[in-house]
Design a protein around this ligand. Sequence first.
Ligand code: MN
Length: 133
Amino acid sequence: MDSEEVDKASSPKILVVEDNQDNREMVVKVLKFNGYQVVEAVDGEEAIEKARTEYPDLILLDIFLPKMDGYEATRRLKGDTSLRNIPIIALTAHAMKGSMEEALAAGCDGYIPKPIDVRELPKQIQHFLKPRP
Ligand code: MN
């Protein structure tokens, strides 16, 4: 369990947007353990700020967020020519019928159903990360 040895400069940077602290900490822990760089945001507005300043390789975006929900954040990110190439993966609750479809309609590149399977998460992220030049 030594993620310190991972080459931080070359590992992909993931922006984790999640207002629920327990969920966020769990996802961040799994990502760091798997060698990813992680940036965090707790609401939709902060998600957009961090996307602009950190330019992550991928965004994991909770849908139900304070200030601005994940659908609106996605529309704004995908409407920004400098950010639209960053893959956005919505974190959608199973119970919420239609949320996956709405996430894709808003411009998300994919979704991961909640509750998150921590063993599957790294594979799911790998699938959506663009190959690096
Ligand atoms: Mn939420």
